[in-house]
Design a protein. Sequence first.
Lengths: 375, 225
Amino acid sequence: MGFKFKSVETKWMEERESVMNELIRLPRRNFVRVAGAAAGAVLAKSLLPPHSFQLIEVVKAASPESPAVNFSIAYVSDTHIYTTKLNDRFVRSALKAVDDVNRLDPQPDFVLFGGDLAQLGKPEELQLGVQILKGLKAPVKMMVGEHDWYLDLGETWKGLFGPPNYSFDHKGVHFVVLNSIIEKDFWTARGMTPEQRMQTVAGLDNGVQSRFEVGEPQRMWMQQDLAKIPHKTPIVVFSHSPLYKYYRPWNFWTEDADEVQTILKPFQTVTVIHGHTHQVLSNRIGNICFHGLLSTAWPWPYAPEGLPKLTVQMSRANPFDMNDGVGNGRIDVLTDGLVNKIYNLWDRNPVSVPASYLKSNGTKNRPAEPTFDSY
Amino acid sequence: MRKFHILLFMPAAVMLAGGPDTPHHEAPDTRNGNVVVELCDGKTSLEVKGLKPGETMNPDQAKDVANQLMLAWQKKNPGMKWDMAADTAKDAKGKIPAPGTESPEKKQFETYGNYTSRDEFIWKQEYDKFVAEGNRIFHDAKAFGGTVGISCDMCHPNAANTHPETYPKYQVQLQRVALLRDMINWCIENPTKGKPLADDDTRLRAMEAYIMSQRKGVPMEPGKH
């Protein structure tokens, strides 16, 4: 027996799916035309709550002040995988993200993995992570998170991926990757086992662990690395923790953020891309624009205080939908070195935080407002 | 007027009705088929002549039983003051705070209102202990029966986004009015793959206490979406 009536949700999902299917078959040069047509069709049918499913690139194409895309980076972050035997949910989510990125056409120049590959830093978890990331077609740049680190203080991770801090140049942009999750020793005095240390760091709200920092040796390395780079060269920094002070009790925080920002100050165009916070998060401090990454595993609530003013929050997640509030995304690096940040929220409209939004201090191209605010 | 210190005496059968973690004492078996009443020291008891299981005492009888029990206790503990709460009342340094200077009897004659700052200290300790237990369970992937390594705090640091002040409310996804505990149990059953806890399960009660404690000062808004 067929259903005579379709719910609003069903219609919406069908519409989204059909548009998606169209897009997959579409060469990029036709994208803008179809996107425009789709938005037009949506408008004509007055289906529009303003943030109903619309194609994000329309905004970009329609905005004359936005420079062209130089190249794209895809990201997958905070997969927090356990061994499959204990819990395969996060493994399945990580695989879903890999599929998502592999479906991008054209393919990104590379994929950033934003840290916290494992949940409890176990060699089995990290090795499983390696196998999953091997599925990516594009090359991968790895970043380390605290969940990868505090069982054996990075031994396994470094064995698999090499040094956690490094730099490289790509199409005129200088990239710096940091290990920003260094903590002062809180475990020896407490006589903790490596497992207890890991479990402590794995929690946000215990107050026992130390605050994250980049640390002096790494800051010196960074200074030396940047000494040879002209100040006009766009800089993109990857760090797991936000390189600013958001909310200390949850370690949404880098203790020596101010010192790191000082090192980046002489450069005209600086972008920091960070993981760890599992939410849509935007900030700008002087010359530095900051963007958070989504987790594939679970979303985190916004902290009760300290949220940057420029952040337009994502809707609070539906706990009944394990794909809500999570996802992966893309970083489009523009010819002027700034970036458009795309949050590909699974089961929701994607959210775009364009460079022009942060550049204009929030006066232009404001991202879509959340449908449901945080409590 | 004689002052009663013993408020907690009850037939042995009732003593077993507590939750799984409630401390209880094993009263000696009855010798003549009468009800055995036990003092809450867990050691002193007496069999009430002529009182069969299921029957109740009249107030005079009950007072008499209480007096007899207290007398027996005092005989066993000459010179001691009856004070069950002494151990729990110790502060961080192991000291027991001095009783308030004003006598509670001068304020009012009702037991409920008869409390001093010392009593409040004890009650706060009890509350804090309960909340701390909830905190522990909330942060332990196994304590509430989860089977996939996921603990509550992984999505809800400091119980954020649990918004207990909005319950009860019509929970659209469940298609009925839900209480906070229904949502706790939903999370236990689904993301953490455990079995829902019974309404009187101490772990559920403690987790509710912890969650509420984290939202202290937030206005109640039951029904809010």
